[in-house]
Design a binder for this molecule. Sequence first.
Ligand code: ACM
Length: 386
Amino acid sequence: MKSWKVGLLFSEIGVTSIIERSQLHGALLAIDRINASGGVRGRPVEPVRYEPESVTQRYGELAEKMIVEDKINVIFGCYTSSSRKEVLPVVERRNALFFYPTLYEGFEYSPNVIYGGACPNQNSVPLANYLMKAYGNRFYFVGSDYIYPRESNRVMRNILRQGGGEVLGEAYFDLEAKGADFASVIDDIMEKKPDVVFATVVGQSCIEFVKAYHAAGGNGRLCPIASLTMNEGEIDAIGPEASAGHITAAPYFRSINSPANRRFLKSYEEKFGSTVDVTSCCEAAYSQVHMFAKALDETGELETECLREALLGASFDAPQGQIKIDPDNNHTYLQSRIAKVDETGEFVVESKVRRAIKPDPYLVFPAIHDWSFRTLKVAASGRENE
Ligand code: ACM
């Protein structure tokens, strides 16, 4: 039987392999579920996978290969914004459709991309408000040296400025940085004593940084590391002792105690044997594949314009709650939660917005004080109850 071929461009090797493997698993799980219930219009979805090894240029080269040699028109992939920027001109030139299931810095639109992760108005803005109220407004920025951390810090600096905050220091490191490379910046943090370290170090270097901070006496309960790129997979690799007290904002956390999330985690565990690496980016990949399949069921063809027409405005009951693709900008209405790592190494959701937030990738409406967050009553289990 003829299948619907889709490309998957996630790395299981290299510096971002932990998070990208979780995205790959999310996509593969969704494909399994779709095929188990009869596929799309009776035909199975067939994943075609290539391994970019976390090497930025490889993502663009492999996207080209998928489209030209394998005749694939729909691709899911990428974690870093630099790899997305490699794929972007390829899918635009070839008029393919690219699903990007990752939080990013915003300030981008392509008719060939469906953005499934949070942009700054859905994570940085609520996170900054929370941190300034709970900890204070003196921040220190530490990031990896590429577009996402630099742009994301630019946005964060503006938000802080509006809230009367200040940035005490700002430093960038290679994606391959090891613990010892952070020694002098950690010394500076210890000396300046900020209220919060806002970290945009990604992948393996995030793990190295958090461990080095802990080893130097950094304490998440006194001066937390707040990071949008520190997910369940990284926390598991860091260990509970060094990660306790640190904070993340994301649309989804594994600890959400809702029927939809329990079903998602059960099927994930059945397929992969454990849920340790389930992250917001994994959930975004899972949801994007489902939304694609629903659109394909409507159109019956993989042609970009038809699929985009069906996708814009479409909604989905995701494990995080209901989400919807915004027809204004191809980004996604997402839930927004803030969680802190507890003593056992699990994220405990501390607050959330009441409904999915409209994506505002260009921060046209940058009002920072009108977030209707509510503080959750955390159940005795320490997990978010919905
Ligand atoms: C990222 O580079 N968008 C995390």
